[in-house]
Design a protein around this ligand. Structure first.
Ligand code: GAL
Length: 628
């Protein structure tokens, strides 16, 4: 790997030309190497259909290149101008309640709309035929799924879905059988009888919704792919998309297969406020730092989405504008988040944004520069980081021993059929991850059919809804359940009953879900929460509830969990599993996390107190890098 680089997101179209040059000089002075431009500028490039104005973009491209800055050019398709909408009035997405998601912000398009897909491909082709040899990377669109824009119940989606189903099932009777449409007389005679699974009287058939979720995800893949094809014709520069935190409505692994680099937009404080499951006490404690595991979970995920190369495309530099509350980062956190990303293998960390905008939706969002052009607090942290990177040498990743499966279809399945108000797949996976990180071990977050799964000593697959051969044939120790393989891909209860895994003599005979105050203590440590399975088995019981229900079972190279476990129970079990596999672990002090690369060990402190580990003292937000 090359030395990590820093960059920023720049919007020259927001500023008068007199300051472009000094901006670019200051970027170089700060030590930045990459600048992302263009991704929301369609109305400036093409104010009216066919009237293309490249002069301003030529000029900034030339200026950046003459200062040896590398450019990531964003295709502007997340913000189609008004005239595009006038041309395709039915291109807007429709929400589940039938409301139109209108013009006046961004991401106002439906992925199924073929007219818009062509229009997006056209502007991409125009851009790449002009800049294909001049820029060093491309960002395709911007944040698929942001603002809940993946699912759409439009006419275009209906037509596309019918077509998708007719290809998948070939005949209406095959579809009826697969979905179980005899139940409640839902049988269809023609594919044109199919409706979208919204606005039904009570819940729609889960098999119908599951196929709609798959169809929807496929449209994101296709939309992305149509731009990828256009870009590859005229450019050899790497293609990137900027994914997000806890966005699960499309299969990122499938989008990633078409791209060269995965990137994501990391806003630790906004995420803690808006998408974390943590309680109020935790949120208050970490309000200025973020959840110590949320960022690294996504770093470890996006490293396996696609080719293995990954970046942070947008890094929070100060308070954002979009959360319910928007605190400032604790002094030192911007540097910490950046080092944390680099320790996990980020090739580039770009800060969003260069200068705070005094106008429009994001005027309260910090940048590296204030509106009056003075440096904002992150500036000095980045400057320090830059000199540290320069003196550190090359950072090389090494293989982790632990894989944790994250599967988008399982997320959809358990959203469709949670069976308990608080059952959430992401949360099951994230809690497993967090528990492992508190033991200081390195983890790769992988897809369930990652061809490299066999190299891991332990593979955790919490609540995977449907199994596959790659996973089951791994020689490593598999930690499965609850809900493992508990549906067929058609969304039926399988017979034989789950988990139905070779070498594991366990049968889930019944499931029960528990209210938050109904947790059941285990004999060993901790409790069962939320979900408990009644099983018959012929395996070794590692732990059971105080009233004798077997919960943690082991046989051959498999551990089965017949319940959701709280963190205390997980911690005890995970320590045993790590020890059995000869993986070293250490109980990390509160908020302290670590990662080892080939030549370095990185340790950082998310807590707001001084912490000590192995004789090393870490102030709040401090990062220590030890050569090994
Ligand atoms: C991201 C987005 C950026 C900007 C930023 C603000 O989600 O890609 O365009 O809106 O959030 O935090």
């Amino acid at each position: 790997m090359l030395k990590p680089k820093l960059g920023t997101c720049y919007y020259p179209e927001h500023w008068s030309r007199d300051i472009w040059k000094s901006d670019v000089i200051r970027m170089v002075e700060l030590g930045l190497s990459w600048v992302r431009i263009g991704e929301f500028s369609w109305s400036k490039i093409e104010p009216k259909e066919g009237e293309l104005d490249w002069e301003w973009l030529d000029c900034i491209v030339e200026l950046l290149r003459s200062h040896k800055l590398d450019i990531i050019m964003g295709t502007p398709t997340a913000t189609p101008p008004k005239w595009v909408l006038d041309k395709y009035p039915d291109m807007l997405a429709i929400d589940e309640l039938g409301n139109v998601r209108g013009f006046g912000s961004r991401r106002h398009y439906c992925f199924s709309h073929l007219g818009y897909r062509k229009e997006a491909e056209r502007i991409t082709r125009e851009m790449v035929s002009r800049y294909g040899l001049k820029v060093q990377a491309w960002q395709v669109d911007n944040e698929y799924g942001c603002h809940d824009t993946t699912l759409s119940y439009s006419q275009a989606a209906l037509e596309g879905f019918r077509d998708w189903l007719s290809q998948k099932y070939q005949s209406p009777s095959a579809l009826n059988k697969a979905w179980g449409n005899i139940f409640w007389s839902m049988e269809i005679n023609e594919f044109s009888d199919i409706e979208l699974p919204n606005l039904t009287v009570t819940e729609p058939n889960p098999a119908h919704v599951m196929d709609f979720r798959r169809y929807t995800s496929d449209q994101v893949v296709k939309f992305n792919n149509s731009q990828v094809t256009a870009l590859r014709k005229f450019s050899e520069a790497p293609l990137i998309h900027n994914y997000m935190g806890r966005i699960t409505a499309f299969d990122h692994y499938e989008v990633g297969d078409d791209l060269d680099i995965a990137s994501w937009d990391s806003y630790p404080l906004g995420f803690l406020e808006m998408v974390s499951d943590a309680d109020e006490k935790f949120k208050a404690k970490y309000a200025h730092q973020g959840d110590p595991d949320f960022q690294s979970f996504h770093h470890d995920l996006y490293r396996t989405v696609g080719s293995g190369r990954w970046w942070v495309m947008e890094q929070q530099p100060g308070p954002v504008n979009w959360a319910a509350y928007n605190p400032a980062p604790l002094a030192g956190m911007v540097r910490l988040w950046s080092w944390e990303a680099i320790a996990h293998g980020a090739e580039v960390v770009c800060y969003f944004r260069w200068r705070q905008a005094p106008f429009a939706q994001e005027q309260m969002h910090a940048g590296l520069l204030r509106v009056d052009n003075m440096p904002a607090p992150a500036w000095n942290e980045i400057s320090k980081l830059n000199s540290e990177i320069n003196s550190l040498g090359i950072i090389e990743q090494k293989d982790a021993h632990i894989a944790l499966i994250f599967d988008y279809q399982s997320q959809w399945a358990w959203e469709i059929q949670p069976q308990a108000a608080d059952f959430d797949y992401f949360r099951e996976v994230f809690d497993t991850y967090s528990c492992l990180k508190k033991l200081g071990v390195d983890v790769d977050v992988c897809s369930s059919n990652d061809p490299n799964l066999n190299k891991y000593k332990i593979i955790f697959a919490p609540s995977l809804f449907s199994t596959n051969e790659i996973l089951e044939n791994c020689s490593g120790h598999l930690v499965l359940g609850p809900r493992f393989n508990s549906k067929t891909t058609e969304f039926k209860i399988p017979n034989p009953l789950p988990p139905n895994v070779m070498g594991l003599d366990v049968i889930v005979e019944r499931v029960e879900t528990l209210r938050p105050n109904m947790s059941r203590p285990l004999k060993g440590a901790g409790s069962v929460i939320r979900w408990i399975e009644g099983i018959s088995h012929n395996a070794t019981v590692l732990d059971e509830t105080k009233d004798g229900a077997p919960i943690i079972l082991q046989q051959n190279n498999k551990t089965y969990l017949a319940a959701c476990l709280d963190l205390t129970a997980k911690n005890k079990l995970f320590k045993k599993l790590l020890k059995d596999q000869g993986i070293n672990y250490v109980e990390m002090p509160e908020g302290v996390r670590q990662r080892s690369t080939k030549n370095h060990k990185f340790i950082w402190n998310y807590s707001n107190k001084e912490q000590n580990i192995d004789g090393i003292t870490l102030a709040p937000a401090e990062v220590k890098i030890i050569s090994i």
